[in-house]
Design a protein around this ligand. Structure first.
Ligand code: UTP
Length: 293
């Protein structure tokens, strides 16, 4: 029987240099889109996809993430005394169950591949998901759920979220060399980390959602540093391609790169426009502010 994906790893050990000075003393994963921090969207997405255990790979200055996923008795007491039941309910509904959350410290930000490797003892010998909170996806069905459904349909394998990017942007992503392609699912023949447009095997990029077999840990263990002098997840995945099936899923939804200032602002606007309690006011404001451009 196909082993269920029960665990998700959230690498949150990056420095967030593209978002300085906002990220000097605050993790970028705590930046709010409308009224929820990015990491909360990631955890909610994982829960909606049936994930039961949440593993955060943190770094220096990330304790606010731990506090965010903890109960706050003082705050709860004050809210109770003031009769703020809605706020209390909001706090409760976003909290993962006690005992389902683990934190592991990445001692040095050596790259995404290294961050994932740090979680190996918590993941053990089972398939797992990786979610990068700064890749925020607006979709009807949560992106990770779409990927788990495709894995069920295919009977297993490594599944990566994929999307077409402008040809001139290939050097920002891991790029797929495609095999069989039904327009939605793409067999991945090879992966190239951040290729220049003239060397890119396609315009299909891998973004921050992965379902991986635990064999990846063995490869990450000995993975040399790659692009940017970091231990790249993509490099380890390329080595796995010969022995383990890999598919890309062109997910339904819009992805926002919230590690980038413009992507983050776009996400705030897009998510606010989805909210019935504020969309009219926000749309009117945008029209007014942009009228003279
Ligand atoms: P990024 O490439 O966005 O790097 O990492 P970054 O350091 O967070 O941000 P910039 O580029 O300096 O602005 C992609 C994901 O991998 C995690 C990040 O937290 C982010 O979710 N990561 C990266 C780690 O957990 N550890 C690392 O050593 C590097």
């Amino acid at each position: 029987m196909l082993q269920k994906v029960r665990k998700a790893v959230f690498p949150v050990g990056g420095l967030g240099t593209r978002f300085l000075p906002a990220t000097k003393a605050m993790p970028k994963e705590m930046l709010p889109v409308v009224d929820k921090p990015l990491i909360q969207y990631a955890v909610d997405e994982a829960r909606a996809a049936g994930i039961e255990e949440f593993i955060f790979v943190t770094g220096r200055g990330k304790v606010t993430i731990e506090d965010h996923f903890d109960r706050s008795f003082e705050l709860e007491k004050v809210l109770e005394e003031r009769g703020k039941i809605d706020a209390l309910e909001t706090l409760a509904e976003h909290l993962p169950q006690t005992g389902s959350v683990a934190y592991i410290r990445q001692h040095e930000p050596l790259g995404l591949g290294h961050a994932v490797w740090c979680a190996k003892n918590y993941v053990g010998d089972e398939p797992f998901a990786v979610i990068l909170a700064d890749d925020l996806i607006l979709s009807e069905k949560p992106c990770l759920k779409q990927m788990i459904d495709v894995r069920d349909e295919l009977g297993g394998g490594n599944i990566l979220a994929a999307m077409e990017v402008p040809h001139e942007h290939t050097s920002r992503y891991g790029i797929v060399k495609p095999g069989f392609d039904d327009g939605k699912k793409v067999e991945i023949k090879d992966l190239v980390e951040k290729p220049d447009p003239q060397n890119a095997p396609s315009d299909l990029a891998v973004i921050g959602r992965y379902i991986l077999e635990p064999t990846v840990f063995g490869l990450l263990e000995n993975q040399a540093r790659g692009a940017g002098n970091e231990i790249q997840l993509t490099d380890a995945l390329s080595s796995l391609l010969n022995t383990s099936p890999f598919y890309g899923l062109r997910f339904d939804g819009t992805r926002f790169d919230c590690g980038d200032k413009i992507g983050f602002l776009q996400a705030n606007i897009a998510f606010a426009l989805q909210r019935s309690d504020m969309n009219r006011e926000v749309a009117d404001f945008i029209r007014k502010m942009a009228a003279d451009l």
